[in-house]
Design a protein around this ligand. Structure first.
Ligand code: 5AD
Ligand code: SF4
Length: 444
């Protein structure tokens, strides 16, 4: 039979290139799973593949440019393999839509953030159409019933509990690329997570743009979700991200305290700025004092808990004094880790049209000062782990060092000399030495 000019009749290898947050990593896992279920084979290099998928992120810094240059890099592969298909998914796909196809002749399809499950169908549509398959419809009305799809979940895995965001922080593109917030029903999450435990999963990290506004169609809020998972599944450890300070409440802290054995004492609580005017302009919905109060409530009610945060410097209108309020916040809240970014203007957002944009060199200077200050403080904060015994859930053996590695309840990455049987176990380890992000321990 004559060989068809078809991606399906050729070898079916695919390569996914993933940018951005954990949500995107999870989406890439889902797409890999869907492709593998329909006969595709994942390969580690684009050179070996018949399908290249760029799962893009547009939250910060030149995202469209990154997609353009990555697609451009594959030109020689397209020339070598006429069956090669190239697609873009994720937030840049949702944001740019058919514009991407117009600007990038090498591109075959664009897949929006709500169209992930359509990937196999889009590929078979490509069999009959030359290119220009665009699937970017946002299904705001559909219920969010999506079971976790993951090839090998390992010991610790991520589970989406909600998608989209309704907060419209003035700097953020997410509400425009991921649409309105929708939560997965509580009972589905219990079933999903229980079935992951049967596959050997010991720890889940619940994912949402704002987990604190989780609201199951049955009425259960985020605290009830945590409680139900702690009581009605065999999962040993529960983490979650990302929290929004405006919705983070005492009920949640009480639930964390009550189920301390299962809910991990590490909280990522993005503050973004330490100045009230900037927070107001960002539309964050809390003041500096309200934030500090919540942070202290967590530290008091769940002693030993660890905080991390996100900070943006150089938001439009941020004066030197306003930036110093952010610097001084580090003296008030003991963040073991911070993730800091220079403000970058995003399409569709309100802040894009704010008049008083901050000069690039001022942003760079503030970022440097912030990171320098945090580095100094963090060293003394993590000192306390030296000699301490941390309970580490062992995830894997590191291929390079051959050491075993896992995370403590406080989310510290700990390396140690172990054995294969340690994987999946919670092992007490005495910390012998450490740096800000990594610890080294010994079995006791
Ligand atoms: N510029 C800089 N940082 C941003 N973030 C989100 N949007 C922007 C932007 N336009 C940061 C915030 C958020 C994190 C995920 O990314 O700090 O919490
Ligand atoms: Fe973006 Fe704000 Fe929503 Fe977070 S809460 S995703 S920063 S709009």
């Amino acid at each position: 039979m004559e060989e068809k000019n078809s991606i399906l009749s050729k070898r079916k290898n695919f390569f996914i290139s993933t940018y951005g947050c954990q949500m995107n990593v999870n989406d890439s896992e889902r797409m890999s799973c869907l492709l593998e279920m329909t006969g595709w084979v994942k390969v580690p290099q684009p050179e070996m593949s018949d399908l290249i998928l760029i799962n893009s992120c547009s939250i910060r810094e030149k995202p469209v440019h990154k997609v353009h240059s990555e697609v451009g890099r594959y030109k020689y592969l397209k020339n070598k393999n006429p069956y090669l298909k190239i697609g873009v998914s994720g937030c840049v796909a949702q944001q740019e839509r058919s514009r991407l196809l117009k600007q990038l002749p090498l591109l075959d399809f664009v897949l929006g953030t709500d169209a992930i499950d359509e990937l196999p169908e889009v590929l078979s549509r490509l069999e009959n159409e030359d290119r220009e398959v665009v699937s970017v419809q946002q299904k705001t009305q559909d219920p969010y019933h999506i079971k976790t799809l993951i090839g090998d979940p390992g010991v610790s895995t991520f589970v989406n509990i909600s998608k989209g965001c309704d907060n419209f922080c003035t700097f953020c593109v997410v509400p425009f690329t991921r649409g309105r917030e929708r939560s997965r029903p509580l009972v589905h999450l219990i079933e999903d997570i229980q079935s992951l435990t049967k596959r050997g999963v010991k720890e889940v990290t619940l994912l949402g743009q704002n987990v604190n506004s989780y609201q199951s169609p049955c009425g259960a809020n985020f605290s009830r979700l945590l409680e139900n998972l702690a009581l009605h599944t065999d999962i040993q450890r529960i983490r979650y991200t990302t929290s929004h300070p405006k919705d983070f409440n005492e009920e949640l802290v009480d639930t964390m305290q009550k189920y301390r054995n299962k809910i991990m004492d590490f909280i990522h609580l993005p503050v973004q700025s330490g100045n009230d005017k900037v927070l107001k302009d960002m539309n964050r919905g809390y003041t500096r004092e309200e934030y500090i109060e919540k942070a202290y409530m967590i530290l008091e009610k769940v002693p030993g808990s660890v905080l991390s945060t996100d900070i943006i410097v150089g938001f439009p209108g941020e004066t030197e004094e306003a930036f110093e309020d952010t610097l001084s916040l580090l003296d008030k809240v003991p963040y073991e880790m911070i993730f800091s970014f220079k403000y970058s203007s995003r399409p569709f957002t309100k802040a894009k049209s704010f008049k008083n944009q901050v000069l690039e060199e001022v942003k760079s200077n503030r970022l440097k000062r912030l990171q320098k200050k945090h580095k100094k403080l963090a060293f003394s904060l993590v000192e306390k782990y030296k000699g301490a015994v941390l309970k580490v859930l062992v995830e894997k053996q590191d291929c390079k060092t051959k050491l075993f590695v896992g995370r403590s309840t406080q989310n510290k990455l700990v390396y140690f000399e172990g054995i294969k049987e340690d994987i999946g176990q919670i092992v007490p380890l005495k910390i012998s030495h450490l740096n800000i992000s990594t610890c080294y321990g010994k079995k006791i």
